[in-house]
Write a protein that binds this ligand. Structure first.
Ligand code: SAM
Length: 211
């Protein structure tokens, strides 16, 4: 697996108030260090951004634990504060790289699903190697889902959507749940989706199932 990161490192932008929220709430609502030790069904959300979708998904399915990972520091503080305020207990927040989490701490065949909504499109050709949906990382994601587990992606960047279809189609452990695009599922609307729609972009959903 290549070590190329899928995000811009932009640490240290947290305000003092956000920092104290994180210090206070990570011990309670954060994903504990070490191997994933959660009982019952677990879904991983990669790149929760501001966490709007995370909250709605957690409310809609209280029996499933959502492990929500992002490297974006203000978003981490925002999601932690919202979970605390709304007494949502089935989310564990990982402030860090979801790829290393998957590689080092999630056992094979473990997850019910992986969701990544509007992952950074990295539109320039020389940046395609940073995309989350690239062959080595798709193989990693497939290996960590249980047979029958669902990988759900959405993007408003048409060339990335086409590339996703191709890369996912080439992974032998995944099969498309639909002929091409998935219908828009019960996915909550996110900030990036609204921005994309405002710019006239078409939003594509893809659902692939672990065989
Ligand atoms: C374009 S934003 C979309 C955010 C949100 N899902 C939405 O739809 O509004 C992509 C997010 O993925 C995060 N990200 C990128 N690579 C990541 C990784 N390897 N692990 C965790 N988060 C990552 C970025 O920090 C960013 O917040």
């Amino acid at each position: 697996m290549s070590d190329i990161r899928t995000y811009h490192p932009r640490r240290g932008r947290m305000s003092p108030a956000q920092r104290s929220t994180v210090d206070l709430l990570i011990p309670v609502l954060g994903l504990p260090d070490g191997p994933l030790g959660i009982a019952g069904p677990v879904v991983l959300e990669i790149g929760f951004g501001l966490g709007h979708a995370t909250i709605e998904m957690a409310r809609a399915d209280p029996a499933t634990t959502i492990v929500a990972a992002d490297v974006h520091t203000p978003g981490v503080a925002r999601l932690l504060a919202a979970l605390d305020r709304e007494h949502i207990t089935n989310v564990r927040v990982e402030h860090g790289d979801a790829v290393t989490l998957l590689r080092d701490r999630v056992p094979e065949d473990r997850l019910e699903g992986i969701r990544a909504f509007f992952p950074d499109p990295w539109p320039k050709a020389r940046h395609h190697k940073r995309r989350l949906v690239r062959p080595d990382l798709v193989a990693l994601m497939a290996s960590r889902m249980r047979p029958g587990g669902r990988l759900h992606l959405a993007t408003d960047w048409e060339p990335y959507a086409e590339a996703m279809l191709e890369v996912l189609g080439d992974e032998p452990r995944l099969t498309n749940a639909y002929e091409r695009w998935a219908p828009r599922l019960e996915r909550p609307v996110t900030k990036f989706e609204l921005q994309g729609v405002d710019r006239g972009h078409v939003v594509r959903d893809l659902v692939f199932v672990r065989v």
